[in-house]
Design a protein around this ligand. Structure first.
Ligand code: PRX
Length: 703
């Protein structure tokens, strides 16, 4: 079996519009059962026509014997770990669910509060308030808190730029830089509660900008540097940002990404943005708009390093991070101060089991939630040394990561399955060139890790000695929700294992009933947790509808999963129209809207296709307006159009022209069928509601 086979299997379970574990369409119910090995045991269907078959029933599921392996924590590791046995984990997990106030008070009590909280949780479903009455500041907890002890001169950030430039900032230096930058923000009229966009490469100044905002109570919204001007424009408009913090450019695979130029393009016409602060990173030429733009380094000349942390209510907003949903409009996920901090502090501490002298490296970009929680806030709140790398993993050669691990003696590596699959493809010789013996713990995040990739990671990178924490969570959850604790929970390759403290996760059927072992269903969370999103910025109704309406009082994750007889969670993937491309969520409708905005396009449908490297690839079916010729050049034009509109990550891997798209009689595009065609399979699912069968025949013939 190859790595991609497993993904192919996973992917068939997500049949787009009509999928869910348990029910496929209103009249047709499917349920399936798995063996502990992961093999499909049975798939049954109830519904109108006996001829209907779900792809899962057709697919020849291979033996997943590999999943039977269990990796117990090594006794030496367990002995030194914070949580050193499964019993200890179970006891604490039980306590965290039965007595959440006690549990979370203890965790929160390890942090600095300017005013103590009165009530741990106020829960008026689906609106939660954590640590009510308490006041604190995230930057104080990440910085000032470490200045009075031995951490003062410890490296807070070890940074390496793509061209090879290096910097080290101790906690004291970082504190000073953050205070000065916070004063720059104030000097430029930015106040508590204002929204500030950060559009930067992964450089220390991105963290300084985030922490500077947190220090004065401004709400940051970081936009991934790979997103385009239009994406910035939409986000600025949605949150009414008053300022943008950016850099002239950033490095990616040896070229300079023109960040400032993208910001300029985004801010043409009417905008709420009054100020743009520009950090000089790449030295490329930029336009400076008089009266709006200022240079970061010039501004620093006017400020000192005295900036006491603002006293903020526990529920004061900390950041908004946009993520894809199943409609065209990105959702501004809102996280607040106290609960988020406690969540990321506690998960970083237990899941990565940090030790004082660890060098911890999370390879995520600051633009994603992993960059927020486990590159910046989580490690700094714990007084850890966090390593930051600006560029691509294969620049200048495919051993860049291993070179960095060797050079900095990295102890903990946290990366994504998509990267691991790329490394496998590039060949073991790149790994073998380096001494990776400093590593003691590995982490994975962003998408299901297929057992083969898990084994490779374990053997080739971890030398067979490092536990792997496969961490399941989301932008919305703020912090890790399901993951092994490395000294306590035996790992099974491909499973995120057991829920973190305070997480009451379950798998339910359509009726909201918890399903038995090895039955697929929807993953929900039944109790609020501290780092949960509080709302979708400016859209309470969408928040309620998206996450809390399907199962009363429970949070709907949008993922399908099963649990085995040991209670281990096996995440299958998204059940809504959201793709997971290289560990990043992309809404199919966003890409469709972008395609349709092209003057030559009449209609578009976007689906995912299993991709050996990226997990899922983006395939677009497009019909053109009458009189337009469907040429190869137009395909490229459309791919670039999406790249410009949304960002390179959303560019379709393939554009296919079609005379018409398969639709139901009510006009809904049958994405499930397109998905099967895109994957090179014959259409086996239900086609009874298809309006015009010729369309399907033509599409299949067109392959
Ligand atoms: O489908 C799950 C997948 O990524 C989604 C969350 O994406 P995002 O909000 O961009 O956050 C990514 C980083 C936390 C989830 O709904 N996912 C994330 N981690 C895992 C995963 N799927 C399986 N296993 C994981 N460890």
């Amino acid at each position: 079996m190859r790595g991609s086979d497993r993904i192919g299997f996973l992917d068939t379970m997500d049949t787009g519009n009509n999928f869910c574990c348990g029910i496929v369409r209103p009249l047709t119910t499917y349920s399936w059962q798995f063996q502990d090995s992961g093999e499909l045991l049975a798939c049954s269907r109830t519904g109108p026509s006996r001829k209907l078959r779900h792809p899962l029933m057709e697919k020849n599921i291979e033996s997943h014997l590999i999943e039977k392996r269990v990796f117990k924590p090594a006794p030496g590791f367990a002995k030194r770990a914070r949580i050193g046995s499964l019993n200890e984990y179970r006891r604490m997990h039980r306590e965290s669910l039965e007595k959440p106030d006690k549990f979370w008070s203890r965790e929160a009590g390890e942090l600095v509060w300017q005013t103590p909280w009165k009530t741990v949780l106020e829960w008026k479903a689906p609106f939660a308030k954590w640590f009510v009455g308490g006041k604190l500041n995230v930057s104080e907890n990440c910085l000032d808190r470490h200045l009075t002890g031995p951490n003062r001169n410890k490296a807070a950030i070890l940074w390496e730029g793509e061209p090879g430039d290096k910097r080290t900032l101790t906690y004291q230096q970082l504190h000073r830089d953050v205070c000065r930058f916070a004063n720059v923000l104030k000097r430029n009229g930015i106040r508590k509660g204002d929204r500030v966009i950060i559009y930067m490469p992964t450089i220390p100044e991105a963290a300084i900008a985030m922490l500077g905002c947190a220090r004065i109570g401004a709400v940051h919204s970081v936009i991934f540097g790979g997103f385009s001007a239009d994406s910035i424009r939409d986000r600025v408009a949605d949150c009414g940002a008053v300022a943008v913090i950016t850099a002239d450019g950033g490095y990616r695979r040896g070229t300079i990404v023109p960040l400032k130029k993208n910001v300029d393009d985004a801010l043409t016409g009417e905008t709420s943005v009054k100020r743009v602060i520009v950090f000089r990173r790449a030295g490329n030429d930029v336009h400076i708009e008089e009266g709006r733009d200022v240079w970061w380094h010039r501004e620093l000349e006017y400020v000192d390093a005295n900036c006491p942390p603002a006293q903020l209510e526990s529920e004061h907003p900390l950041f908004i991070l946009y993520t894809s949903g199943s409609t065209g409009k990105p959702k501004g996920i809102l996280h607040t101060t106290g609960g988020y901090l406690v969540g990321i502090y506690s998960t970083t501490k237990y899941v990565f089991d940090l030790r004082d002298d660890d060098v911890y490296w999370c390879t995520a970009d600051v633009g994603w939630v992993t960059g927020h929680s486990y590159l910046v806030y989580g490690p700094l709140a714990n007084g850890a040394t966090t390593l930051m790398y600006e560029g691509a993993p294969n620049w200048p050669e495919p051993d860049r990561f291993w070179r960095i691990i060797e050079e900095y003696s990295v102890n903990i590596l946290y990366t994504a399955p998509t990267a691991i699959r790329a490394f496998i493809r590039w060949g073991d010789e790149w790994v073998k060139k380096h001494n990776l013996s400093s590593l003691r713990l590995l982490g994975s995040v962003g998408e299901p890790i297929n057992p083969e990739a898990w084994m490779w990671y374990h053997e080739k990178i971890g030398g067979g000695r490092c536990p792997i924490v496969d961490t399941w969570w989301q932008t919305e959850t703020g912090a890790i929700m399901i993951s092994p604790l490395p000294g306590a929970v035996p790992a099974k390759p491909g499973s995120a294992t057991l829920p973190f403290f305070g997480v009451d996760a379950a798998i339910v059927d359509e009726a909201g009933q918890e399903v038995g072992p090895n039955i697929g269903g929807k993953l929900i969370v039944r109790q609020p947790w501290p780092s949960m999103l509080r709302t979708i910025y400016g859209d309470k109704e969408r928040y309620k509808k998206t996450y809390w309406s399907e199962f009363k009082g429970s949070y709907l994750t949008g993922d399908g999963a099963r649990r085995d007889k040991d209670g281990y969670f096996w995440i299958v993937g998204r059940i809504d129209d959201v793709l997971n491309v290289a560990g990043h969520r992309l809404g199919t409708s966003e890409i469709e809207s972008s395609l349709v905005s092209h003057p030559k396009v009449a209609e578009a449908a976007v689906v995912g296709r299993p991709d050996e490297l990226k997990g899922q690839g983006v395939i677009a079916f497009v019909t053109v307006k009458s009189g337009v010729e469907a040429t190869r050049a137009l395909k490229d034009e459309l791919r670039n159009h999406v790249g410009k509109h949304i960002g390179a990550i959303a560019k379709p891997d393939e554009v296919r022209f079609a005379e018409a798209l398969p639709k139901t009689r009510s006009g809904k595009i049958m994405r499930r069928l397109l998905k099967e065609i895109a994957s090179g399979n014959t259409v086996t699912g239900d086609t009874s509601t298809l309006e015009d069968f010729n369309v399907l025949a033509k599409l299949s013939a067109d392959e």
